[in-house]
Design a protein around this ligand. Structure first.
Ligand code: GLU
Length: 479
């Protein structure tokens, strides 16, 4: 039974877009193999906890449709799924390692460690614990334990190598002499990431640890722990981290990283997931119905193999994602798009009229703007005028001769309902008589009814507004 997991730490504003990618591949891989996808909350770094972060992370996973089969909210047979509720376990396993001689108590003060770090930095050496507490006598340990604070550290062998196989990167080997005697249990009784992740991945029977490259250098410490406990290693697969165009790790300063930003900016979750999969995975051997870059979750679940993960991802390209989002909008059926736009406006629009539009109000406007939309945010500037008169402020094109009153007269004289033919003919005739370009008159009409020089098809817009509203808007401006 395949069991995968993501293990987000609630130390940021929301789910990081890099974690969306990791969640996606873990979930897709689990589904493909009829396995389970677990979400475990790693909240052991108490100093970095952000209030509300866990709820937002879980909310964002749900928005993307990446809900876990097991986790803090749905429960499951391997719970609890929040590390702060599993402290006794970590303690037990840390003590087991001490007993086996693979870990030891360390009583060094923060001041001593700080000085050590400074000395090492000054000497140009990698900061590492110097093993001062490795060989204390039992008597020393007992008296120090009675006196106060201590941590438990991993006893990394002085020599030799630690190796493991990575599905994406092949065999990886680290020199033990370069691996730090990592703290496993802190003085506050909380485990560090390294101990907790290994204990939990083992107890939760995780078969495949699929995560980003940034965790590769932690893996030898984990492998040592698995070996010391006598546990079977999971399969490791370290996928690419998302990068800025300058190849640096995707960061807040250069790119939007929080899942909520994508929602707010009118991206569709399916489009973002499709883009992330394309970015981090080679699809050359996939069978995709239309053969292109656009594919559904079902296609991912049918085709994805861990071997498809790229070792290094291409740069995250917001423009390409935007293009893809537009393609998704166009593929969507109008009823669904109507619901999505209505929900979006309710949540994010600041315009009181647009906020209250129900799907039934929006329905007939969708064909007018669907082709032009790339994000749900585009609805308001493109179609807002269909529901609200444009502000007069937009009409101050000074010094230009206005033909609005003539246009209004022509339109008013037409038989109702206006047909496209009669309407166009009327305005063309007016242009001819006045020696002006018909295009200019159509533009005047467009600006008058919409407050904008670009927008949906003019005839369709007029039809949507109806004869009375169109004339009323002309009247306000033309007098
Ligand atoms: N808690 C780690 C994180 O914040 C989990 C890393 C892992 O997947 O092992 O992403």
């Amino acid at each position: 039974m395949v069991r995968t997991r993501i293990a987000p730490s609630p130390t940021g504003e929301d789910l990081h877009i890099g974690n969306v990618y990791t969640a996606l591949i873990n979930r897709v891989f689990a589904k493909k193999n009829k396995g389970k996808f677990v979400v475990r909350i790693e909240d052991t770094d108490r100093s970095r906890l952000v209030l509300g972060s866990e709820e937002r992370i879980l909310g964002s996973l749900a928005w993307f449709g990446l809900e876990p089969d097991e986790g803090t909210q749905v429960g499951g047979p391997y719970g609890p799924y929040r590390q702060s509720e599993r402290l006794e376990l970590y303690k037990k396993y840390a003590l087991e390692l001490v007993e086996k001689g693979h870990a030891y108590y360390c009583f060094c003060t923060p001041q001593r460690l700080d000085e050590l770090r400074k000395e090492q930095a000054a000497a140009g050496r990698q900061p590492m614990y110097d093993g001062a507490c490795r060989n204390l006598s039992t008597a020393e340990i007992l008296s120090k334990l009675a006196a106060g604070n201590c941590v438990i550290r991993l006893k990394v062998p002085d020599s030799g190598q630690t190796s493991f196989d990575d599905v994406v990167r092949g065999k990886i080997t680290f020199e033990n002499s370069l691996i730090d005697d990592q703290i496993l249990l802190k003085s506050d009784g909380f485990p560090t990431y390294h101990l907790a992740v290994v204990v939990d991945d083992h107890l939760m029977e995780i078969t495949h640890v699929i995560r980003a490259e940034e965790w590769l250098s932690s893996t030898p410490k984990h492998v040592l722990l698995y070996n010391f406990f006598g546990w079977t290693l999971p399969v490791f697969a370290h996928g690419p981290i998302l990068r800025n165009p300058d190849r640096s790790k995707l960061s807040k300063r250069k790119n939007p990283v929080w899942a909520s930003w994508y929602k707010e900016q009118g991206f569709l979750p399916e489009a973002v997931l499709n883009y992330l999969m394309l970015l981090g995975c080679s699809i050359s051997n996939w069978s995709i119905p239309d053969g292109g870059e656009i594919f559904s979750m079902e296609v991912m679940e049918r085709n994805f193999k861990l071997e498809d993960l790229r070792p290094v991802g291409p740069a995250f390209d917001l423009k390409k994602l935007e293009w893809m989002n537009g393609e998704y909008i166009r593929k969507m059926d109008n009823a669904q798009l109507t619901i999505d736009i209505s929900n979006y406006l309710k949540e994010f629009s600041r315009n009181l009229i647009l906020q209250t539009l129900e799907p039934s109000d929006l329905q007939t406007s969708i064909p007018l703007i669907k082709e032009r939309m790339r994000r749900l945010t585009d609805f308001e500037p493109l179609a807002g005028f269909l529901f609200e008169r444009p502000s007069l402020f937009n009409h101050s094109e000074q010094g230009k001769e206005s033909h609005l009153s003539q246009i209004r007269d022509v339109l008013e004289s037409l038989a109702r309902p206006w047909s496209k033919d009669s309407w166009e003919k009327g305005i063309r005739q007016l242009a001819e008589e006045g020696g002006v370009k018909a295009g200019d008159l159509f533009m005047e009409l467009r600006v008058a009814i919409s407050g904008n020089k670009v927008g949906p098809d003019l005839f369709e817009s007029v039809k949507f507004l109806g004869e009375e509203e169109t004339l009323a808007r002309l009247k306000i401006l033309a007098g």
